[in-house]
Design a protein around this ligand. Structure first.
Ligand code: AMO
Length: 433
């Protein structure tokens, strides 16, 4: 055989009757009826049926029916139209090459309808990902990231990558993973915050990074990962946080427009609604009122917990809105770099169906004020000297946001557990595989 594969299952149909093809993939199922056998072969796009007859092809028949499930094979054969088969064709094999024999039993089933526990699935993620509905999430994730990149590039943002081994905290002093850096102590970056801001002093007016957050959060919830990914942007010469929110809402609208027709959504049985703009903007104080009506007693200044977020999501959903901003948080509830607005802040969170998916703000660009806010937050300006220096020699007004990729995906796809949205999750108890 010249090649292991000439066609994916999805690329063939009954119209290819008589065509010589080579297909390859995993043996999902073998139905041996004695004189005839059906092999279901799976590739990244779907499945196809191989039909073999004992009388005509004794050797091939024997080879195929004796395989363990999930073995990898390449099959050369003839495509034959057959209306009784799900995709309208079957492959009559002429040559079979076994590329990898699978052991039995499998650590977990691929097509069995039994519910496999999350831990078993994650322990055997390479098999879990063979399941169509699991793979669908990552195909959608790929499109989501691509469409974000497309939008940001079109709007003048350039892609950057900032250090992930850093000397000081970016989001306050807690939740840091400490690492040994030769003779010194270093940390894993909680976000690109300080670097993306420093870049605003360079003339690279608009930047974005698709990168990693490392957060040593102790809590083990359905919404938190210790290693997560995000789309961060920073933009200069803004008048206020509204300029940043406009980019963010257009970005989520663009992403929705790019993915709402994907066929993978039907595998997951979800509909994505493209939001109309502008998205609703709820002030923090109004959110407290809504929550009070719903029976939550949140004190002024407190951040919303997951229950409160869910309640707001429900209220918005009743109004037909999936996405909504919460604005004007109290200053003390936000990080030191946030621009004050009296006792409030020029900040916002973006919620989607009851889940916080992004947050951002206009930043302080005045050196003295920034120093003061660092101190007020119980942090040491000396620890931020490299960052602070960038504010001393010409720093334009600027702002930005960070949007969690897994959070956005879980909200859009109505997925209950954020671990489903990252290939190999890291949580409080999971460091493998
Ligand atoms: P924040 O800390 O709100 O803001 O993070 C931004 C977004 O990142 C996602 N996220 C997480 N997702 C999963 N697990 C986690 N542990 C986790 N932590 C955060 C969320 C969140 O909304 N520097 C600011 C952003 C900015 O102002 O530009 C920041 O990091 O979706």
């Amino acid at each position: 055989m010249k090649s292991y594969r000439t066609h994916y299952s999805k690329e063939l149909s009954g119209n290819d009757n008589g065509k010589k093809v080579i297909v390859a993939g995993w043996v999902e199922d073998i139905r041996n009826l004695g004189s005839i056998a059906f092999i279901i072969l799976r590739d990244r796009r779907g499945t196809l049926q191989i039909t073999t007859f004992k009388k005509q092809h004794k050797e091939i028949f024997g080879k195929l029916v004796s395989l363990n499930r999930e073995s990898v094979i390449s099959v050369r054969g003839i495509c034959k139209a057959n209306e009784k088969v799900r995709n309208g064709y079957e492959i009559i094999p002429e040559k079979v090459e076994i590329l990898s024999l699978a052991d039995a039993p499998l650590p977990m089933g691929v097509v069995d309808k039994v519910n496999v526990e999350m831990n078993t699935r994650l322990d055997n993620r390479f098999i879990d990902l063979r399941r169509e509905e699991v793979r669908a999430i990552f195909l959608i994730r790929d499109s989501l990231i691509n469409s974000a990149r497309e939008f940001l590039r079109k709007n003048g943002f350039i892609e950057v990558h900032t250090p992930k081994i850093i000397a000081s905290a970016s989001e306050g002093g807690t939740n840091l993973f400490r690492v040994k850096y030769f003779e010194k102590d270093a940390y894993l970056a909680q976000s690109p915050q300080l670097y993306k801001q420093m870049l605003m002093a360079t003339g690279l007016d608009r930047v974005y990074e698709i990168g990693w957050y490392f957060r040593a959060e102790e809590h083990n919830t359905r919404r938190h990962l210790n290693e997560s990914t995000a789309i961060d942007i920073e933009m200069a010469f803004i008048k206020n946080e509204e300029d940043v929110m406009k980019i963010l809402e257009r970005l989520v609208q663009h992403i929705c427009k790019r993915i709402y027709r994907m066929e993978e959504l039907s595998i997951l049985n979800v509909d994505i609604r493209v939001p109309s703009l502008p998205l609703p903007r709820l002030k923090y104080e109004d959110v407290l009122d809504i929550l009070k009506e719903k029976g939550f007693e949140l004190q002024w200044g407190e951040d919303l917990g997951s229950e409160e977020e869910r309640a707001i999501g429900e209220v918005m959903r009743e109004e037909g809105k999936d996405f909504y901003f919460i604005t004007k948080y109290p200053l003390d509830a936000k990080p030191f770099y946030t621009m004050p607005d009296g006792s409030l802040s020029r900040s916002f969170d973006l919620g989607c169906k009851g889940i916080e998916i992004a947050s951002g703000s206009q930043r302080i660009h005045d050196y003295e004020l920034l120093r003061e806010r660092i101190e007020k937050n119980g942090l040491k300006p000396e620890d931020f000297q490299d960052y602070l220096k960038a504010f001393k020699y010409g720093m334009p007004p600027h702002g930005g946001f960070g949007m969690g990729i897994e959070r956005l995906l879980m909200a859009l796809l109505d997925i209950k557990n954020v671990r489903e949205c990252i290939l190999f999750p890291r949580d409080r108890t999971r460091l493998r595989p």
